[in-house]
Design a protein around this ligand. Structure first.
Ligand SMILES: [Zn+2]
Length: 169
C-alpha cells in the first residue's frame, strides 16, 4: 500500500498496484482553488500498468462539509462513488472523463488534483439538509425567517401584475 499523491507512472512495474488515501481538512485546505473547505474521505485506487497504458479504478467513500441551499447552514453530505480512467503517454497533455494523456517527459500523475476534481464533480447541484422521517434537517429558526420573508413578498403588490389585472377587466 502506498499513499503518494504524485505517482511516477514510468517508475511503476507492470501489473497491479494499490494505493490508499485518507483525506481530511488539511487535504482540502492545501488546495488553493478548493470550493470545498472540509471533509473526510477514504479513497482507494487500483492501478493496472500494461505495456501500453494504465487503468485506474477509484473508490470514494466519505463526507464533505457543504452549505445547505435552503437554510444556509453547514452540514455533512455523505458520498460513495466510483470513477475509472485510462492514462497513456502522448505528444500533448489531454484530459477528459475517461482518458488522460501525459507527456512522456513528465510521467507524473497528479492524484491529488484528480481526487479533488472527482469529489467536486460528483457533488449534487442542489445541496439540502436530508429529511429524516418526514422532518427536514434544516435549521427551524432559519426556515421560519425565510417563510416570513416569502409571505411579506407575496403581500407586496406588484405594479406589473396590477396593470395586467386592469387590462383583463
Ligand atoms: Zn438546511
Amino acid at each position: 500500500m502506498e499513499n503518494d499523491f504524485y505517482i511516477n507512472l514510468e517508475g511503476l512495474k507492470e501489473g497491479n498496484h494499490e494505493f490508499q488515501y485518507q483525506l481530511n481538512k488539511s487535504f482540502f485546505q492545501s488546495i488553493d482553488y478548493a470550493e470545498i473547505a472540509n471533509g473526510d474521505f477514504n479513497v482507494g485506487l487500483r492501478l493496472y500498468k500494461s505495456t501500453r497504458h494504465f487503468e485506474l479504478k477509484f473508490t470514494f467513500k466519505g463526507e464533505v462539509e457543504v452549505i445547505c441551499d435552503h437554510c444556509a447552514e453547514e452540514f455533512l453530505h455523505p458520498m460513495l462513488f466510483f470513477t475509472e480512467t485510462i492514462i497513456r503517454f502522448g505528444e500533448e497533455e489531454y484530459e477528459d472523463d475517461d482518458l488522460i494523456v501525459l507527456e512522456k517527459n513528465n510521467p507524473v500523475f497528479d492524484v491529488k488534483h484528480y481526487i479533488y476534481e472527482s469529489i467536486f464533480i460528483n457533488l449534487p447541484l442542489k445541496l439540502v439538509h436530508p429529511t429524516v422521517n418526514g422532518v427536514s434537517g434544516c435549521n427551524p429558526e432559519t426556515l421560519k425567517k425565510l417563510e416570513e420573508l416569502k409571505q411579506n413578498k407575496e403581500n407586496e403588490s406588484d405594479p406589473r401584475w396590477d396593470a395586467l389585472k386592469k387590462l383583463n377587466k
